[in-house]
Design a protein around this ligand. Structure first.
Ligand SMILES: Cc1cc2nc3c(=O)[nH]c(=O)nc-3n(C[C@H](O)[C@H](O)[C@H](O)COP(=O)(O)OP(=O)(O)OC[C@H]3O[C@@H](n4cnc5c(N)ncnc54)[C@H](O)[C@@H]3O)c2cc1C
Length: 428
């Protein structure tokens, strides 16, 4: 008798989507997840009634299919994408390049004269730094996105390729730059017109309608894969046979879980890396201490690159009369985390107080934790290394989904779609 027993590794949004959609097609799927709860990066944690997602997490999915799945799962809060930028004591609307009004005259003159000098000049684009200089002129490029790149991508812009940026970076014309330098009454040019978030239960509630249809085994860390004998071995010593294997695990980890891997594949996999994220979460005993849904921080002496407010996303994330924020600090093998644990919390608190964001006595919850896998880093040459790994995993019939299976800069909706769009031939 033939079988279509499918092992899915990882219960983040892509693994859940893969299991759900394969299930609809008649595959017999079970998800194995190393943690004691499902959701992956879409998951959350609660401390004394304060719920925190694992980093910002808002949905701006364009796909109607994804929106429908999310709508079926939960009631939704809809927010305008009004983000801010903190730069040397000033708060600028996002994107900074066409909202320069709050800056002092000297800064504006430097930025705008570089924009104008740049107009019509032909540039040779070799990496992200030359792309930024071409788009924005030298002064703005150096002080805004290049500084932010070191904080968010953990490497210099000169080391990054440009394959990932596309429409994510707004490219204004000189009229927009000038208008935004005189007035704060500027149109929103963010790449999404609405940010959606579940009314209840944190971001992962968007996954409810899929998760309900899935079988998930928790506390199952995959440590070894035998593609010939078609089984996965877990840390607890158990083994699971499969007819089809789908993985949302980071591809360098998959390579380490195999035996007899060709050296060139091992070498390529070794070069792939992601950033990690330290998230510092603060809960306040007052309702209105979080002013912005989210904002970016350019000053490099303040370690976080970004901050957002769980309580603005949904009042359900905090006890009555309270508010909350979470700061994101990125690090990687290219950039060490310079402070850890309580030292990192204290750094964030003292800078936050200096920025007049809150007072020490307002804080009733403080927490720091690490997300080991954050953003895939697109160093120059990454795509070639990834192809070596991909081609090899294809020969072993290990199907990959999600941000770390596809090794791409995917948002949740895109990660979900990699699970829906999997094409596996069924055994007859
Ligand atoms: C800082 C940050 C902010 C983000 N903000 C947004 C946002 O605002 N909006 C948005 O749409 N997207 C956002 N994203 C992107 C989004 O988080 C991802 O696209 C999506 O959650 C990836 O889901 P995934 O299933 O591919 O991976 P994951 O969520 O990482 O799932 C993989 C799962 O595999 C499990 N696992 C790992 N190793 C093993 C093992 N050996 N055995 C078994 N299980 C294992 C993990 O525990 C995890 O549950 C953000 C990402 C980051 C890092």
């Amino acid at each position: 008798m033939s079988s279509n027993k499918t092992v899915v590794l990882g219960a983040g949004i892509s693994g859940i989507s893969a299991a759900y959609h394969l299930g609809l097609k008649g595959f017999d799927t079970t998800i194995y997840e190393k943690d004691n709860d499902w959701g992956g990066l879409c998951g959350n944690f609660t401390i004394n009634g304060f719920r925190f997602d694992k980093a910002v997490h808002l949905s701006f999915a364009k796909s109607e299919y994804v929106q429908e799945l999310f709508n079926k799962s939960t009631e939704i809060n809809r927010h305008k994408p009004e983000a801010y930028n903190y730069y040397r004591g000033s708060w600028l609307k996002h994107p900074a390049q066409n909202n320069l009004a709050p800056l002092d005259v000297e800064e504006k003159v430097k930025i705008i004269s570089d924009f104008i000098k740049n107009d019509g000049v032909e540039h040779t684009i070799t990496n992200y730094e030359s792309w930024l200089r071409a788009q924005y002129g030298d002064y703005f490029a150096e002080n805004f996105p290049m500084a932010y790149t070191r904080k968010y991508w953990t490497v210099d812009a000169a080391k990054l390729s440009t394959t990932w940026c596309g429409a994510r970076m707004y490219q204004p014309n000189i009229e927009e730059v000038l208008r935004g330098s005189y007035t704060t009454e500027t149109p929103n040019t963010y790449y999404a017109n609405e940010m959606r978030y579940p009314k209840y239960g944190g971001y992962r509630s968007f996954l409810n309608s899929m998760e309900e249809k899935c079988t998930i085994e928790l506390n199952k860390k995959a440590i070894f894969i035998d593609p010939e004998e078609q089984y996965v071995e877990f840390e607890d010593g158990t083994k699971e046979k499969y007819d089809h294997l789908v993985s949302s695990l980071p591809i360098p980890y998959i390579i380490k879980s195999l035996k007899n891997v060709p050296t060139e594949v091992e070498v390529a996999a070794e070069k792939l890396f992601t950033s990690s994220v330290a998230i510092v979460s603060l809960g306040f005993n007052k309702p209105d201490l979080a002013e912005y849904l989210w904002y970016y921080i350019y000053d490099e002496e303040f370690l976080p690159a970004r901050c957002y407010s769980p309580s603005i996303k949904s009042a359900d994330n905090v006890p009555d009369g309270c508010s909350s924020v979470q700061f994101e600090i990125y690090f990687s093998r290219e950039k060490a985390l310079s402070l850890e644990g309580d030292d990192l919390i204290n750094h964030v608190i003292s800078k936050g107080i200096a920025m007049n964001l809150f007072k020490e006595e307002d804080i009733v919850v403080k927490d720091v934790r690490i997300l080991p896998y954050g953003n895939v880093v697109f160093y120059e040459g990454m795509e070639a290394d990834r192809k070596v790994v991909d081609d090899y995993l294809d020969t072993l019939n290990i199907y990959r989904v999600g941000r770390f299976g596809k090794w791409e800069y995917l948002w949740t909706d895109q990660a979900l779609l990699t699970g829906r769009d999997l094409e596996i031939e069924k055994n007859s």
